[in-house]
Design a binder for this molecule. Structure first.
Ligand SMILES: Cc1cc2nc3c(=O)[nH]c(=O)nc-3n(C[C@H](O)[C@H](O)[C@H](O)COP(=O)(O)OP(=O)(O)OC[C@H]3O[C@@H](n4cnc5c(N)ncnc54)[C@H](O)[C@@H]3O)c2cc1C
Length: 417
């Protein structure tokens, strides 16, 4: 049978790439459009699960699946690493020598923790006394390190923004408080939260709420800390302005960066993120290239929720673009983030490019059942239930009843702190 005339290549089969190929396969005629997805391995992790693995409340088996399992019939799957994109020639080069010519290219290769970018981080204590929970291996190792920890100073540290799920280190600090209380040793553990920001979070209103929670739990916050190095011998982190913070256990979020091939292809910014129009996810340099999810430079949180909402908008615009029509849909930067706060509760933040997190109920005005910008048990249960929704509805591209745009009905601005 003759190959379809048009070819869309999707790089990455994580949250964004998987939803995209599922949605595009059902919307693009098979006889006209071939779809190829490239993934560097046959692994799909539910990354929010890493946080719970570190505290022993989730297992790796609940968190990892085969990537192929979620990719639909009628899509060519190539397991290989991307070496380079030749954008003028509309060709992707893989490290195994294969070349893929494309009509449209979607870059959805996410962002990766890069401990190699901070001097001293990858020393002998890496994944021991210097822990992380942004990879499955790191979360498993950290679980062991926390189990052995009997007291001293635990430092939770962010290297630089942006990071994926910017609330995850806060959640880690809250859950650490809970975890040591549960073990009856909280009075022997000092928890210090070290951030390059001037407050707890990137959004001022949420930062005030989350900052209060840190204070209530006796977690010390060290702001404006730009790390220069980890000194594993002296067991301390040092900043460019010569501040030193000693640790007995460090839990760091290393610098996050987009894929190296993005830089090698001349398509990225300083951190290898692809500059895109923030309302359409189309590359600002090439009309045939789009970047979705964490791989893009969208000025909103790098989060699974953003990947999901922006893909909904992208699919409509992509269909417009290939039909030669002007793009008719506009992404508003909508992000929706659960924040585990310990004690079986969580907060929920809902915001977009223009609107700070508001108070009110979610997803139904006045009914909820989730409350915004406030701790509740329903929010915690919502966060736990989301893993099931992710595997069974979100990844296969089914509607999950959450609007892509931020809804204002029933929402109220928070009182100033
Ligand atoms: C600890 C933690 C907690 C989190 N909690 C939440 C949360 O509660 N809520 C939330 O919304 N988000 C959360 N996130 C963030 C969320 O997981 C990501 O934002 C989301 O997965 C982004 O989707 P993506 O498709 O852009 O990237 P990913 O899902 O990371 O997928 C990228 C894919 O590209 C592939 N790839 C990379 N480079 C190459 C290459 N060179 N060649 C081929 N393939 C390549 C990778 O293998 C991967 O499959 C969390 C993340 C972490 C680490």
């Amino acid at each position: 049978m003759a190959q379809p005339a048009q070819h869309v290549v999707v790089l990455g089969a994580g949250t964004a790439g998987t939803i995209i190929v599922n949605k595009l396969r059902s919307r693009l005629p098979k006889e006209q459009w071939r779809i190829t997805v490239v993934t560097k391995d046959d692994v799909h992790d539910y990354q929010p699960g890493y946080l719970f693995i570190a505290f022993g409340t989730n297992t790796p088996a609940q968190t990892r699946r085969s990537a192929r399992q979620f990719l639909p019939e009628g899509v060519d799957v190539i397991v290989a690493d991307v070496a380079r994109v030749d954008a003028p020639a509309q060709t992707v080069h893989l490290t195994d020598g294969q070349e893929l010519a494309y009509d449209q290219l979607v870059i959805a290769t996410g962002t990766t923790p890069r401990p190699d970018q901070t001097p001293g981080m990858l020393g002998p204590d890496w994944h021991g006394r210097v822990g992380e929970f942004y990879t499955l291996d790191g979360a498993i190792a950290l679980r062991g390190a926390l189990e052995k920890f009997t007291g001293g100073r635990l430092v939770v540290h962010i290297t630089e923004l942006p990071i994926k799920c910017p609330v995850a280190p806060l959640e880690f600090a809250f859950l650490a408080d809970d975890y040591f209380r549960g073990r009856g040793i909280r009075d022997k553990v000092e928890i210090v939260y070290v951030t390059p920001l001037d407050g707890a979070f990137t959004k001022p209103v949420a930062s005030a709420t989350l900052g209060h929670l840190l204070a209530d739990k006796g977690i010390v916050v060290e702001t404006d800390f730009m790390i220069e190095e980890v000194d594993q011998e002296a067991k301390l982190i040092r900043s460019y302005d010569e501040r030193e913070i000693a640790y007995d256990q460090l839990v760091t979020v290393p610098l996050n960066m987009g894929a190296d091939f993005v830089a090698e292809s001349g398509l990225g910014d300083d951190l290898n993120y692809v500059p895109v129009d923030k309302h359409t996810n189309r590359s600002t340099a090439y009309d045939t290239i789009w970047a979705l999810g964490d791989a893009s430079d969208l000025p909103t949180s790098k989060a699974g929720s953003v990947a999901h909402f922006s893909v909904e908008i992208f699919v409509e615009n992509f269909l417009d673009a290939i039909a030669g029509r002007p793009l008719t849909h506009s992404f508003d930067g909508h992000a929706n983030c659960f924040v585990e706060s310990g004690g079986g509760k969580a907060l929920l933040l809902d915001f977009n490019y223009d609107t700070e997190p508001l108070t009110g109920m979610f997803p139904l005005p006045k009914i909820g059942p989730m409350s915004l910008l406030k701790e509740s048990r329903a929010n915690h249960l919502g966060k736990l239930a989301f893993r099931y929704v992710y595997w069974n509805a979100l990844l296969p591209g089914h509607p999950i009843g959450l609007p892509a745009h931020m809804m204002m009905a029933g929402k109220i601005p928070a009182e100033p702190a």
